[in-house]
Write a protein that binds this ligand. Structure first.
Ligand code: ATP
Length: 290
């Protein structure tokens, strides 16, 4: 596909991550191409942008974290021709890491101008979407602690995780996969479209973002004494062989649980009804980085 500099719009979320918008804008102005950018102060502004201006462009570059990418999904579903790219600037950047996006603006622009596009699955959860990892249990508990805090960043995330380890209770879950029913008390149930939560914490080592299937991960409670092993397995992608973990491939399932919260790509949601989960037939278009 032919993509020119004037076809590209950078959308900067000033509420995410650590790199200040000014630093991003400086890089955009100094690269020799004339590329449009916009700073959206709120989600309302971001949604208005999609209604009013985005049709003038072929590629929208989200400068933010997994949450910012998640907020884009419903717009990408509605406007099928728009191609997504990411300039990672979040706390975890799981999706960007998995798809090869880095904070190198120059490289990103050259890849966009090359015009190679790939398609990526998205998960539909009730009326919502997820493109990276959704889940309920411990990580949604941590996401809600993190969301309630006025600070962001990796240090805050680690703080919320450690705090959560001492206050969280496993959830009861009933999972319906066609004729198969799985029940139990779990530390977490994860719906992985890519392998990682963020920060290279790999929960589903064999998940593939374009195979039309989700990795459903059921995690039992590890004894607290094994916490260093959990951390080691997660950051080396070695969870698959653990007796505490079950992996099921599926494109459709129903989840009933007593969990009060769940999350989609780290964005917390209240769990007020059962979760109907399915991989959407329509895929998202994304700039190819490799
Ligand atoms: N384009 C946008 N403009 C303004 N606010 C946004 C935009 N997109 C999302 N938001 C809000 O900003 C919040 C923070 O964004 P995001 O989740 O990307 O950052 P983060 O938490 O630092 O990164 P990560 O999700 O990788 O941990 C989101 O939860 C959402 O409410």
């Amino acid at each position: 596909m032919q993509i020119e500099a004037s076809d590209i719009l950078f959308v900067i979320n000033p509420n995410s991550g650590s790199q200040k918008p000014d630093a991003i804008i400086k890089q955009l102005k100094s690269n020799g191409h004339k590329i449009d950018y916009v700073l959206t102060q709120s989600l309302e502004e971001f949604n208005e942008l999609w209604a009013e201006r985005v049709d003038n462009y072929k590629v929208v570059v989200i400068c933010g974290g997994d949450g910012s990418v998640n907020c884009t999904l419903k717009h990408l579903v509605a406007k099928e021709n728009i191609i997504l790219a990411v300039l990672p600037n979040g706390s975890g950047n799981g999706f960007a890491r998995e798809l090869g996006f880095t904070s190198n603006v120059e490289n990103l622009i050259s890849k966009m101008l090359r015009g190679e596009v790939r398609k990526v699955d998205i998960t539909e959860i009730n009326d919502d979407y997820s493109i990276n990892v959704a889940g309920l249990g411990f990580d949604s508990y941590v996401a809600s602690l993190f969301d309630g805090s006025k600070f962001r960043g990796l240090k805050k995330y680690i703080y919320c995780t450690i705090k959560g380890l001492f206050s969280y209770k496993p959830i009861s879950v009933e999972l319906f996969l066609g004729q198969v029913k799985v029940t139990g008390d779990f530390w977490g149930v994860y719906l992985a479209n890519t392998r990682q939560f963020g920060n290279n914490a790999i929960i589903a080592p064999e998940a593939k973002y374009d195979d039309g299937l989700l990795e459903v991960v059921l995690m039992k409670k590890y004894p607290l004494i094994l916490a260093p092993i959990v951390v080691y397995k997660m950051f080396t992608g070695k969870f698959k062989n653990s007796k505490y973990m079950t992996y099921i491939r599926a494109s459709e399932l129903l989840i009933k649980s007593n969990s009060k919260t769940y999350h989609v790509d780290g964005e917390p949601r209240l769990m007020t009804e059962d979760l109907k989960v399915s991989l959407k037939k329509q895929q998202i278009k994304l700039i190819k980085m490799d």
